[in-house]
Design a protein around this ligand. Structure first.
Ligand code: NAD
Length: 295
């Protein structure tokens, strides 16, 4: 049994903490939202009055927070995890954040003598609940070896991607591929239909031909073709447009920070920004097809 502190018990963190409890670990948690904290307590998490109190006695600290500024705030400052967690505690940030913030927090943790990992996930709320997340992990080999057992409880696929911040790099690169790909699929299905090619026939051909890809096989944006597609459920997510938008913006910040050319990533970001601004943020990301075809 390991003493784990879990900070950020929202849609993802709540079920992840629940799985750690179910595996026999002593989990103490904190969240700014009282309802999230009490829901976690019902799942066996010991509720703490603050992040500092939650980590005071921890062997492992896991955070699952919205964005870079929250992660910097929770790790830094007088009452931050860095300083408040016992010496020797392993720090793991599972939030999806910008590479720059991830590296800044790694550096501060390292300077204070802690081992740290950035370990963003894919798999969504269903993956968090089912313990089937994919973890993309950045940090030292020693930190990864210490953390692996906990990733194995919360996830199914765990990849040590590289050094500090490289887990976040993997996440933004992967989701940039997904965003660009979904727009390409949407264009092809819209064009095909206007040319008299039925979506079913295009799917039958392309899903077995060189145009095939994971997004088409699982999330094709036309109803009636693939069981798992959000298009069958009026684009109820799934993976929300606002999440895709966040990840694409992170990809562009990362690209700018190293001078990488990502012209299609930039275009995908602009299209998803328009889609969000038109009120579609809570729909599945595959609803981007509506930008192209209002029918
Ligand atoms: P969420 O908003 O449901 O949960 C975040 C939680 O952090 C909230 O409960 C909030 O109250 C808490 N929080 C914020 N600041 C805090 C602080 N200072 N101290 C303590 N608690 C604080 O978000 P989520 O959907 O659980 O996502 C969490 C992270 O996981 C995000 O970075 C997101 O991009 C990433 N992610 C989400 C999904 C998904 O499908 N929801 C999938 C993959 C990755």
């Amino acid at each position: 049994m390991t003493k784990i502190a879990f900070i950020g018990l929202g849609n993802m963190g709540g079920p992840m903490a629940k799985n750690l409890v179910a595996a026999g670990h002593a989990v103490t948690g904190f969240d700014l939202v009282p309802e999230n904290l009490s829901r976690a307590a019902e799942d066996g998490v010991t509720a703490a009055p603050s992040a500092a109190a939650a980590v005071a006695d921890a062997d492992v600290v896991i955070t699952m927070l919205p964005a870079g500024q929250h992660v910097r705030a929770v790790y830094g400052g007088d009452q931050g995890i860095i300083g408040q967690a016992p010496a020797g505690a392993l720090l793991i940030d599972c939030s999806t954040i910008d590479v720059e913030s991830a590296r800044a927090v790694h550096e501060a943790a390292d300077a204070a003598g802690y081992l740290m990992l950035d370990a963003p996930v894919s798999g969504g709320v269903a993956g968090a609940a089912g313990g089937t997340l994919t973890f993309m992990v950045g940090g030292s080999e020693a930190a990864f070896e210490k953390g692996k057992a906990f990733f194995d409880i919360m996830g199914r696929t765990v990849v040590h991607a590289g050094g500090p911040g490289v887990g976040q790099a993997a996440k933004v690169c992967n989701n940039m591929i997904l965003g660009i790909t979904m727009i390409g699929i949407s264009e092809a299905f819209t064009l095909g239909e206007k040319l008299g090619l039925s979506p079913q026939k295009l799917f039958d051909i392309s899903s077995k031909a060189s145009g095939s890809c994971w997004a088409m096989l699982n999330h094709v944006p036309v109803a009636g073709l693939v069981e798992t597609a959000a298009a069958n459920r009026d684009f109820k997510p799934g993976f929300a447009t606002e999440m895709m938008h966040k990840d694409l913006k992170l990809s562009q910040a990362a690209a700018a920070s190293v001078g990488a050319a990502t012209p299609l990533g930039a275009q995908a970001t602009a299209l998803y920004t328009m889609h969000v601004n038109q009120g579609n943020g809570s729909l599945d990301y595959s609803s981007i097809i509506k930008m192209l075809d209002k029918n």
